[in-house]
Write a protein that binds this ligand. Structure first.
Ligand code: SF4
Length: 324
């Protein structure tokens, strides 16, 4: 693989299990399997979307690759270096290359700081820039995200939701990362503002060659930004495919059901795919075999006993289903 196409991020067999404890002695009784044996890569300049219902483990996965959570198993490689077990000092250069945009722009911004201080806080921690140089940089960052430099001395409560998310994006950009992990970055915003923020993310990607690991439950949003899509169900990736291939002909029955559940642009149009029924099962007691089998319209006996592996299909996509 040439250097230019080498992945910025690679996850190899990542798992995260949380112990469930009981009683005064906090004895572990069970485990919650939030992420199970997940592997993927993110290449320079691409957007890999992680999509799935609430509770499927997609946000935990984002926190694992940022090293905000310790994995129970597996490896995280950033630009080819294994960072899975690096301590805080050794991790510093990698923290600069991978930044995060959070779901709730208000909760993620320090209310005591001004906009200028917020967007340059990482520069204070990671670079020797003087206060004057940081202020100049703040004006530049604000203009890149469509905010006027004269708003620099205002505090977060003086901004609208969309403007606050722009501040969060400017802060994430300040160290010139190569990858941004964006966890539901527009789901807390008004619909009218969502498209503006998504278009801003796409413009910044083109300008800076950014890669995104974009986490969302919203297929409309994912269709707008994705190059490739990984569909998660109960902690596992069940399908990983190019966006157009996935939307044109989903391979996994769960992907089919997710697409069927998405709102139709034309209210008179009729659905041609079965709607998903039932709730996501508990990650503490996941179903045996294929975890999707209690909800799958085409399940067979084998599905209750054997967990399907994620394997390549004829068109190059990956899917985990015994029948595909
Ligand atoms: Fe459905 Fe079986 Fe495929 Fe799972 S393995 S998605 S239960 S057909």
């Amino acid at each position: 693989m040439s250097e230019s196409t080498a992945p910025i991020l690679a996850a190899e067999g990542l798992s995260k299990r949380f112990p469930i404890t009981r009683g005064f002695l906090r004895q572990q009784t069970k485990q919650l399997r939030a992420v199970e044996d997940v592997s993927f890569t993110v290449r320079p300049g691409e957007t890999l979307c992680i999509v799935g219902e609430s509770g499927c483990g997609k946000s935990t996965l984002g926190r694992l690759v940022l090293r905000l959570l310790e994995p129970s198993a597996g490896r995280i490689l950033i630009e080819g270096t294994d960072v899975t077990h690096l301590g805080p000092a050794a991790l510093r250069p990698f923290r600069q290359r991978v930044q995060m945009v959070f779901q709730d722009p208000f909760a993620s911004l320090n209310p005591r700081l001004t906009a200028g201080e917020i967007v340059t806080e990482p520069l204070e921690n990671y670079t020797p820039l003087t206060p004057a140089a940081r202020r100049e940089k703040a004006a530049d960052l604000l203009s890149h995200v469509g905010l006027r430099a004269d708003l620099m001395d205002r505090r977060p409560f003086e901004f609208s939701g969309g403007q606050r998310q722009r501040l969060g994006i400017a802060r994430a950009l300040s160290l010139r990362p190569r990858l941004i992990v964006a966890d539901e970055p527009v789901s807390a915003l008004d619909v009218s503002v969502q498209a503006q923020v998504l278009n801003l993310l796409l413009d910044l990607q083109a300008e800076f060659g950014l890669a995104y690991l974009f986490i969302s439950h919203d297929l409309g949003v994912v269709e707008h930004v994705a190059d490739r899509i990984a569909v998660m169900y109960l902690g596992r990736i069940v399908e990983l495919a190019d966006r157009d291939a996935l939307f044109a002909a989903p391979a996994h029955p769960y992907t089919e059901a997710l697409l069927a559940a998405a709102p139709l642009p034309d209210p008179r149009a009729r659905r041609t795919r079965p709607i998903l029924e039932g709730e996501v099962p508990s990650a503490i007691d996941p179903p045996s075999g294929c975890a999707f089998h209690p909800r799958c319209p085409i399940a067979v006996a084998r599905c209750r006993e054997e967990t399907p592996k994620l394997r390549p299909l004829a068109d190059g996509r990956l899917a985990a289903c015994h029948l595909r």
